[in-house]
Ligand binder design. Structure first.
Ligand SMILES: CC[C@@H](C(=O)O)C(=O)SCCNC(=O)CCNC(=O)[C@H](O)C(C)(C)COP(=O)(O)OP(=O)(O)OC[C@H]1O[C@@H](n2cnc3c(N)ncnc32)[C@H](O)[C@@H]1OP(=O)(O)O
Ligand SMILES: [Co+2]
Length: 140
């Protein structure tokens, strides 16, 4: 079911500081414009690598779902991994049939790439927060 690794989510208290790290220390050259995603409670900035992205996420406000994570990890850290799936509804049905918990309302929500996403609880995924994201339809 899972396809490409789309991105690794990295929680940070400061996207600006993390951009400096990835640009000046790690030599990243393709750094997107940060943008707000209030519906998901985060500010976002994508850093491209040849095969996947780093998704820098900073709390949008104190109700952000990553506030608890940053309280435990004040300097930030690896937060989730995101795999592409062909159809998010088929993926949700398959996960439910296998007894996997879909987080939040259980319904897909539009993610940072404009396609529907769901999250699977780390307690059922070997300690890793897994995001499933419907792969963007190939541009025709
Ligand atoms: C940019 C938009 C979008 C995209 O399109 O890519 C995104 O990626 S948005 C990313 C932010 N949104 C989310 O993460 C939504 C899903 N997450 C959640 O619902 C919650 O974060 C959570 C996973 C339910 C955890 O909530 P929290 O309030 O932190 O609960 P606890 O502190 O009680 O943690 C419970 C348990 O889980 C462990 N945990 C928490 N976060 C992670 C994590 N990122 N990776 C691994 N493990 C995690 C935590 O340590 C607790 O474990 P125990 O202490 O052993 O119980
Ligand atoms: Co993500």
């Amino acid at each position: 079911m899972i396809g490409n690794l789309n991105h690794v989510g990295v929680a940070t208290p400061s996207i600006a500081d993390s951009i400096k790290l990835y640009r000046d220390i790690l030599g990243a050259t393709k750094i997107g414009e940060p943008f707000d995603l209030p519906a998901q409670g985060v500010k976002v900035c994508f850093i491209d690598t040849p095969t996947a992205q780093i998704e820098l996420i900073e709390p949008y406000d104190e109700t952000s779902p990553i506030t608890g994570f940053l309280a435990k990890n004040p300097k930030g850290g690896q937060h989730h991994v995101c795999f592409e799936v062909a159809d998010i509804h088929d993926a949700v049905a398959e996960m439910r049939a296998k007894g996997v918990t879909i987080l939040g309302t259980g319904e897909p929500r539009i993610g940072a790439h404009g396609t529907p996403v769901v999250f699977l609880h780390p307690k059922e995924m070997g300690g890793v927060l897994i995001e499933l994201m419907e792969a963007p339809k190939e541009a025709h």
